[in-house]
Design a protein around this ligand. Sequence first.
Ligand code: SF4
Length: 72
Amino acid sequence: MTYTATVDKDVCISSGRCVADAPEAFDFDDDELAEAVPGHPGLSDAALVELARVCPSGAIRVHDELGAEVEL
Ligand code: SF4
């Protein structure tokens, strides 16, 4: 795993998709907005990108090992 993900909580609509599809890597905070678990355990870079692609609000941002945003 070299990519990292963050959730823009101003954009997340609490659909729960990322949490349902990858509960080891995404969780809800107290406001039911998603957040990425540090290290995204169990997720490959490709799986992380796919989760970001299918987020209905586009709230998940993926960055490569140099910190550049990965184009989805
Ligand atoms: S899939 Fe997107 S909108 Fe849904 S909970 Fe995750 S970050 Fe929020």
